[in-house]
Design a protein around this ligand. Structure first.
Ligand code: PHE
Ligand code: CA
Ligand code: ZN
Ligand code: ZN
Ligand code: ZN
Length: 286
C-alpha cells in the first residue's frame, strides 16, 4: 500500500481552516464554511478524475444543511463495495480541525492517492463526506436509509474516521475484534501501537448509521472528551487524567490542535485497508 503524504494531508487541513476563517470561524452544516468545505473537497476529487455526487439531505437533517459528498472510483466489481467516510461538518464553536477536518483530510488524500496509483481493483471503493453529523448523525443516516436494499447489501464494510488527530489521543479502533477491523488493526499492530476498542465512540458517529442496518463497520479514532488512563499514558505517552482532545467542541480546535504523528498513522492505515480489501484480482479480503 502507498505511504500517504502527511504534507498533503496537512495542506487539506489548511484549506478547511481557511474555509472556517472566511465564514465566521466555523464549518457548521448550515453555514457557508461547510459549503466552502464541500466545494474544496469536490474540486480536488473532480480534478483527480472522480465523478462526485452532491446528495442533498432532504429528510432528517437540520433545515438548511448542505449536502453529503459521495465519490466512487470507477474500477472493480460494483457488486461489492468498501466504503470509507468522515463527517465534514463541525460545531458552531470553532473551526473543527480535529473534529473532523482530520478525518476528512485523511480520507481526501487517500482518494487522490488511489486515483493517482489507479491499481487494478477487485471491489469498488466509495468515499463519503457527511453533512450534519453534529446534529445527530443525520447526513449518513439519510444516505443509508434512502439506499435501495440491493445497494445496501452490496456494501461489504463501512469504515469511519472521526477525530483521528487528538493531541493527547490514543489509538482506538471501532469493533476491533471484527473481521472488518482486521486490516485496520494489522496496520497499527505493525507499528507497535497496541490499539484498543473505541468504547467512547460507540454509537456516536456515522458508522452507527450503517451498523443499524447490519452492515459491518470499523474505523479509527483518537478520542474526544474522555480522559486518558494511566495505563494508556504508559503505553502511548501523553497526559493521564486529561482529555484525549483538550479542545473538543471548542474554539481552540484549530490547526494547533492537531497531532500530526497520529494523523499520519491514521492516513497510512486507511491506505493499507483500501489495498487489503479492494486491490488486486485474487481472493481474500474480509
Ligand atoms: N461523534 C462525536 C462528534 O463528532 C465525536 C466523538 C467521537 C465523541 C468519539 C465521542 C467519541 O462530536
Ligand atoms: Ca504517511
Ligand atoms: Zn466528530
Ligand atoms: Zn463533534
Ligand atoms: Zn457497535
Amino acid at each position: 500500500a502507498p505511504d500517504i503524504s502527511i504534507t498533503a494531508v496537512r495542506a487539506h487541513l489548511d484549506e478547511l481552516s481557511a474555509a472556517a476563517a472566511r465564514n465566521g470561524g466555523n464549518r457548521r452544516s448550515t453555514g457557508q464554511g461547510y459549503r466552502d468545505s464541500v466545494a474544496y473537497v469536490k474540486g480536488r476529487l473532480q480534478a483527480a478524475g472522480y465523478t462526485v455526487t452532491e446528495q442533498p439531505c432532504t429528510s432528517g437533517c437540520t433545515s438548511g444543511a448542505g449536502p453529503n459528498l459521495i465519490a466512487e472510483w470507477p474500477q472493480g466489481d460494483a457488486s461489492g463495495v468498501y466504503m470509507f467516510g468522515a463527517h465534514l461538518d463541525g460545531v458552531s464553536a470553532g473551526p473543527g480541525m480535529n473534529d473532523n477536518a482530520s478525518g476528512s483530510a485523511a480520507l481526501l488524500e487517500n482518494a487522490l492517492t488511489l486515483a493517482r496509483e489507479n491499481p487494478e481493483l477487485r471491489s469498488r471503493v466509495r468515499f463519503a463526506w457527511w453533512t450534519d453529523e453534529e446534529q445527530g448523525l443525520n447526513g449518513s443516516d439519510f444516505y443509508v436509509r434512502t439506499l435501495s436494499s440491493t445497494e445496501r447489501s452490496r456494501i461489504k464494510a463501512y469504515y469511519n474516521f472521526d477525530m483521528v488527530a487528538s493531541l493527547n489521543g490514543g489509538y482506538f479502533i471501532n469493533h476491533i475484534t471484527s473481521a472488518a477491523a482486521a486490516p485496520m488493526k494489522a496496520y497499527w499492530d505493525s507499528l507497535g501501537l497496541r490499539p484498543e476498542e473505541n468504547t467512547e465512540g460507540a454509537g456516536r458517529s456515522d458508522d452507527y448509521s450503517f451498523e443499524r442496518y447490519g452492515i459491518p463497520t470499523s474505523g479509527y479514532a483518537m478520542g474526544a472528551s474522555a480522559r486518558k488512563t494511566s495505563a494508556q499514558a504508559a503505553k502511548w505517552g501523553g497526559t493521564s487524567g486529561a482529555a484525549y482532545d483538550p479542545c473538543y467542541h471548542r474554539s481552540c480546535d484549530t490547526l494547533s490542535n492537531i497531532n500530526t504523528t497520529g494523523l499520519d498513522r491514521a492516513a497510512d492505515g486507511i491506505a493499507y485497508t483500501v489495498w487489503q480489501q479492494a486491490v488486486g484480482t485474487g481472493g481474500g479480503g474480509a
